[in-house]
Design a protein around this ligand. Structure first.
Ligand SMILES: Cc1cc2nc3c(=O)[nH]c(=O)nc-3n(C[C@H](O)[C@H](O)[C@H](O)COP(=O)(O)OP(=O)(O)OC[C@H]3O[C@@H](n4cnc5c(N)ncnc54)[C@H](O)[C@@H]3O)c2cc1C
Length: 500
């Protein structure tokens, strides 16, 4: 007997998203979260990029974020800002919204889906056997589940207890990030760069007007300051913050009453494996890297969306355990790419003449249309491509959210994904395939679409006749209904046919 199908350690963005995906698929899932409430101490992520917004749109919850955030063109690389306005997506922008709000909105959704959260409790260890995992909790209890997923952040206990290696590079820079009051108003707000690195001062409250950040004229201040030395292991204090400010600005502006002070570095590490038996990891538990480009939360949420439906099918017995191997195979290269571009960004932050020259050279390259389009698609997450073999360019890429016309009226592709179920979308002649053996799992939708087919990084592609869209919105098969291979592909991704 198990207490739950899946236990998730950690209810940050990745854990919340995964819990929702499993609950939508009908799996009994619970979260164990150390924090007594969803409050986020200090500032972390500042918003959502296009693909993450699309992922929320696929589940019908994007409006909740759009109602609270501010649209901005906020992707970039090496100091070059990208304008996504021309991209073929309903969300050709980023959304400025702080992580505490993102988590609050996600937690509200998870609550509607009735996922239990054991709050104020830590996972302290686990033991797995052939049929399940015994998860030890800090209150002395133990819970049994079929699978345990560590969404428990960069210092993941699940990763360590599973014995998963976390290779990568040690920090070369150390930053303090804080929210506090200043007795004096600094002569300039915004970003400053010097030989030490990057620093920033700005009111916590701000608005985006005509694409520009306009800070409030009073209230608490967000501070980002690069420290002179790397390697401090103690919790940062107000005097550390004051000393770091004096080193950079010559004054600490009378900083006082901090509500949060934390330290982050440019360490970049990635788990060697995203799964060890019945223990899996996602989000920061699987990869840590500098915050450049604002990609951590996005990558974690998208790990969760890749894993959720696969784990659900394995727990429900519709698919073999080997389906879980595709989680590592698909998501590890995406995480590795984020590590690579953030490590590159760190180097380009330096202020010496040679680095400036390199930054200018890269800026020149990114001024050209093709490189700019490709990097913008990468930094917004719109170009993600899982290697599902040779074929139509849509294969392994995100399904565009086209407006369709069906017998029952018009609808958007993404609305077909709200319940996190796969869709066989037939844009050709109806009736050429019998979906009955998969009808309990896969929706066959006959529709018409007359507009162009265009992908963000690639440009126009030929119109497909039929596409099989996975619950995560990625295309698993392109062809026409009479073509061989469709039945095998359905079985590979969504389990064997039911005898009819
Ligand atoms: C300064 C800074 C700026 C950033 N800016 C951005 C940005 O602009 N855009 C972006 O996308 N990302 C950004 N990030 C990264 C982003 O904050 C993280 O990638 C994101 O929070 C990862 O989510 P997660 O759910 O995987 O992990 P976390 O958010 O770390 O959540 C882990 C959860 O697990 C809980 N937990 C830990 N151990 C246990 C345990 N043993 N038992 C139970 N619960 C446990 C924790 O309390 C926490 O709630 C930034 C990070 C920093 C530090």
């Amino acid at each position: 007997m198990t207490d739950h199908g899946v236990i998730i350690a950690g209810g940050g963005p990745s854990g919340l998203m995964l819990a929702a995906e499993l609950a939508l698929a009908g799996v009994d899932v619970a979260i164990v979260e150390r924090r007594p409430s969803q409050d986020v101490a200090g500032s972390r992520a500042g918003g959502l990029h296009s693909r993450t917004l699309e992922v929320f749109d696929q589940r019908g919850i994007a409006d909740r974020f759009l109602a609270e955030g501010q649209k901005a063109q906020a992707t970039g690389f090496a100091g070059v800002h990208f304008d996504l306005s021309g991209f073929p997506t309903r969300h050709p922008y980023s959304l400025g919204l702080r992580q505490n709000h993102i988590e609050r909105i996600l937690a509200g959704w998870v609550d509607e889906l009735k996922v239990p959260i054991y709050r104020g409790i830590e996972v302290t260890g686990f033991a797995q056997d052939d049929t399940g995992v015994d998860v030890e909790l800090s209150d002395g209890r133990s819970l049994r589940a079929q699978y345990l997923v560590g969404c428990d952040g960069g210092r993941s206990l699940v990763r360590k207890a599973a014995g998963i290696a976390f290779p990568g590079s040690d920090p070369t820079t150390s930053n303090l990030i804080a929210e506090a009051e200043l007795a004096e108003t600094p002569p300039e707000w915004g970003i400053r760069r010097d030989a030490l690195g990057i620093h920033a001062l700005g009111r916590v409250e701000y608005e985006i007007r005509n694409g520009e950040i306009v800070y409030a004229d009073h209230g608490p201040v967000g501070v980002l300051v690069t420290e002179q030395h790397v390697g401090q292991t103690t919790e940062p204090t107000l005097s550390d913050l004051s000393a770091a400010l004096i080193t950079v600005y010559g004054t600490d502006y009378g900083i006082h009453s901090p509500t949060s002070i934390s330290r982050f570095t440019d360490a970049a590490r990635q788990a060697a494996s995203y799964r060890k038996g019945r223990a899996l990891i996602a989000g920061d538990a699987a990869h840590v890297h500098p915050p450049d480009g604002g990609q951590g939360l996005q990558t974690g949420v998208q790990d969760a969306v890749n894993l959720g439906w696969k784990l659900a099918q394995v727990v429900k017995g519709t698919s073999p355990e080997s389906l879980l191997d595709t989680y590592h195979a698909e998501r590890h290269p995406i995480g590795a790419r984020v590590l690579r571009n953030t490590m590159g960004s760190i180097v380009l932050r330096r202020e010496d003449e040679r680095t400036k020259a390199l930054r200018d050279t890269i800026a020149e390259l990114l001024g050209m249309d093709e490189p700019r389009r490709r990097f913008a698609a990468m930094m917004s997450g719109l170009d993600i491509h899982y290697d599902l073999g040779e074929g139509h360019p849509l294969l392994g890429r995100r399904m565009p959210d086209h407006d369709l016309v069906t017998e029952n009226g018009s609808l958007r592709v993404f609305s077909l994904l709200h319940a996190a179920r796969p869709v066989l979308l037939n844009l050709g002649e109806p009736g050429a395939f019998d979906i009955t053996p998969w009808a309990d799992r896969v929706q066959l939708v006959d529709a018409k679409y007359v507009g162009p087919w265009e992908l963000p990084a690639l440009g126009p592609v030929t119109a497909p006749t039929t596409v099989l869209v996975r619950p995560d919105g990625y295309v698993a098969w392109v062809g026409d209904l009479t073509q061989p291979g469709l039945a095998d592909t359905l079985a590979t991704w969504f389990g064997p046919p039911t005898a009819t």
